[in-house]
Ligand binder design. Structure first.
Ligand SMILES: Nc1ncnc2c1ncn2[C@@H]1O[C@H](COP(=O)(O)OP(=O)(O)OP(=O)(O)O)[C@@H](O)[C@H]1O
Length: 302
């Protein structure tokens, strides 16, 4: 994709290896002004590596990373980005208020301390030492440090991992408010619900490649699949050709079908095989959905 003025961050055919591990393998990704993009994927899919390249913390082995049209290591590029990473490296002995003041001082037009406290939910914590806070409270401080410089682009790497539901919703509300004020956000998460709550667009990584990309609704439609199992004599290859059937395989006397339209498929199964038994329908888990998306087209047989 070509650079243009509204592209804030971009990976082009980016590849990264760690020794024998291929963490990213030719990834294209771009983020425009005002957009919230969720980078979704299982453990080890390459999300943090993608963020590390965009922030200049890592160098690509091939391809290119750009932040505000510049090499990500440029000071002017880094000043425009707010970052909340999984490994925070924040001095444990400093108090929360000191950390906020220090971080605000790096930026030309920082947010007020009161705004940071309200957005991140830090009421009552300013005088506490960072190292003595709970994991969830530390996460909120990290969020406050990420937003205190009024970044045009906010990187949030699994921002709500380890937070309780209330704290998670507070972060979500704050992100929505920042977006309403004009910030763009790149968010990595394991949670489809988090992407659904916040993102305009989802990019799903699987083993270092983009496995799927689209609006939240488009991804939802692809991952909301059902699995039908039944004992039947119907030919799996024939069933695989029915409308709405994504795959059908036989395991001994059992047929296993993946579909997004279970009702119609079940009706037809019952019509075509009067001896059908042990019918079972269940929703595919998100983990299964990741696998399905990661290896399209689906193989005919295991
Ligand atoms: N410093 C490193 N040295 C060696 N291998 C690494 C290093 N960092 C990441 N990897 C490997 O690269 C792959 C991608 O890792 P990455 O951290 O980008 O995934 P992720 O999608 O962020 O995972 P998670 O959801 O677990 O945070 C994994 O196989 C991981 O083990």
């Amino acid at each position: 994709m070509a650079d243009d003025d509204s592209t804030l961050a971009q990976l082009s055919a980016a590849a990264k290896r760690y020794g024998g591990t291929c963490a990213l393998d030719g990834v294209d990704l771009s983020l425009r002004g005002g957009e919230v993009v969720a980078l979704l994927g299982a453990n080890g899919a390459g999300k943090s590596t993608a963020v590390g390249l965009l922030l200049g913390l890592l160098q690509p082995d091939a391809g290119r990373a750009r932040l505000f049209g510049m090499p990500p290591s440029a000071l002017a590029a880094r000043r425009g980005a707010g970052v909340m990473l999984q490994a925070a490296g924040i001095p444990a002995t400093l108090r929360v208020g000191e950390l906020l003041q220090l971080t605000r001082s790096y930026y030309p037009a920082p947010r007020s301390v009161a705004d940071c406290v309200a957005l991140a939910g830090l009421e009552g914590l300013l005088g506490r030492r960072y190292g003595r806070l709970s994991g969830g409270q530390q996460r909120r401080v990290q969020f406050a440090l990420a937003i205190c410089g009024r970044p045009r682009l906010l990187f949030l790497d699994e921002p709500t991992t380890g937070l309780d539901i209330q704290a998670r919703e507070q972060v979500w509300r704050a992100v929505r408010e920042l977006v309403a004020q004009g910030s763009a956000v790149l968010l990595t998460t394991h949670y489809l619900e988090e992407a659904e709550a916040l993102a305009d667009r989802v990019v799903m990584l699987d083993a270092g490649r983009v496995a799927a990309e689209g609006s939240v609704a488009q991804i939802r439609a692809r991952v909301v699949q059902q699995r039908i199992r039944c004992v039947s004599t119907l030919d799996a290859a024939v069933v695989a050709g029915w409308p709405q059937v994504r795959s059908a395989v036989r395991l001994d006397d059992t047929l296993e079908i993946v579909t997004a339209g279970a009702e119609a498929v079940v009706r037809r199964l019952l019509d075509e095989d009067s001896g059908l038994s042990e019918l079972e329908v269940r929703r595919a888990s998100l983990a299964e959905a990741f696998l399905e998306l990661g290896r399209e087209p689906l193989p005919e047989a295991a």
